[in-house]
Design a protein around this ligand. Sequence first.
Ligand code: GLC
Ligand code: MG
Length: 425
Amino acid sequence: MDRLTENANLMIVSDLDHTMVDHHDLENLSLLRFNALWEENYRSNSLLVFSTGRSPTLYKELRKEKPMLTPDITIMSVGTEITYGNSMEPDNGWVEYLNQKWDRNIVFEETSKISELTLQSKTEQRPHKASFYVQKDKAEDITRSLSTCLKGRGLDVKIIYSGGMDLDILPQGAGKGQALAYLHDKFKAEGKLPKNTLVCGDSGNDADLFTVPDVHGVMVSNAQEELLQWHSIYAKNNPKIIHAKERCAAGIIQAIGHFNLGPSISPRDVTDLSDTKLENFDPAYEVVKFYLFYERWRLAEVENSELYLENLKAVCSKSGNFVHPSGIEKQLHDCVDSLRPSYGDKKGQPFRVWVDQVLPVQVGSDSWLVRFKKWEQSGGERLCCLTTALLSSKDVTVADGLTWVHVHQTWLKEAGPSSDAEWLF
Ligand code: GLC
Ligand code: MG
């Protein structure tokens, strides 16, 4: 992870299902609120880590279904697979470590003798994870007898029960907590231990995360019984762990505020973003603010006022250009004009816009190059453009905000349109 040259301000290590992602929130509002908060305030100096029980196959499926950000590190299959960056480069050192006292053939041989265990799908059986379904009332007994039996066969395993139905068998050294401790050690060796770590979870396989030394932890309000029970036995008096009042990603935001880990007001919760008082020029803020306005404009969630368009023009360079992903070049000012007829055209429809991996680089004393992915979901269609924007602080004050000088977009390979798409910005 060499994107950061210094210690991360904050490292968030979050479970996905029912923690970062609320499967009961069809509008994904809490996730989108978290996304905007992260991209505005944390992306450039912090680390986002997803830690899921899902295999790479099911993880990728979830990413297609939900408006999720791209994490810096992905830990999958209950802490048995660690990958880095957008290309998901695997950590082979971790794989080697997990081979100790582990033989998945023996695990399957023994589990096949237990009729109460139902095998999960093929995708969820991984080199260092064997997964089954088992009824709640049978879980404890089976865990106990399996432990003894596998020990007798020379293995050292960890058996985890989650969500009141899933039973995972892993090497003893695996698990979400061990994977995080391994990452912490790696960062420490580089002198880049994050200043704060916040772990977030809702179910049994997350308990491990809360045992890592020095971390803050949040069990979201909708946490499962097995996690709350674990907490009441092993961690009740630990002031660094809270049970949030809010569900899923909203609980994560609550924990950031509770532990004073940094800003905890999502830009999505601010009605008029132009009121925000900044101390310095902030390119990430400009990008998040602009695309939130754009979403609200098309949903008619802001007033239909010429003033907004005038203000937008005031922050776009007169000679500034926009290269549309279709290859057409336009003046930025004309693009602002083209917003006029789109006011409220998505009103009442499932329409959402979010930005991912907003990474500004200062390229001159008064200019920043900001790269990000701009996503737009309209009904069932979801499109994304890799975007580069040149912003300038020349001849303006912090209160005026940065000037957009140039914007260039290219369809993301796997998220371009199938035919001619309507795409404004
Ligand atoms: C995810 C995985 C499953 C695992 C469960 C609990 O749902 O897909 O294999 O058993 O998490 O860890
Ligand atoms: Mg979960």
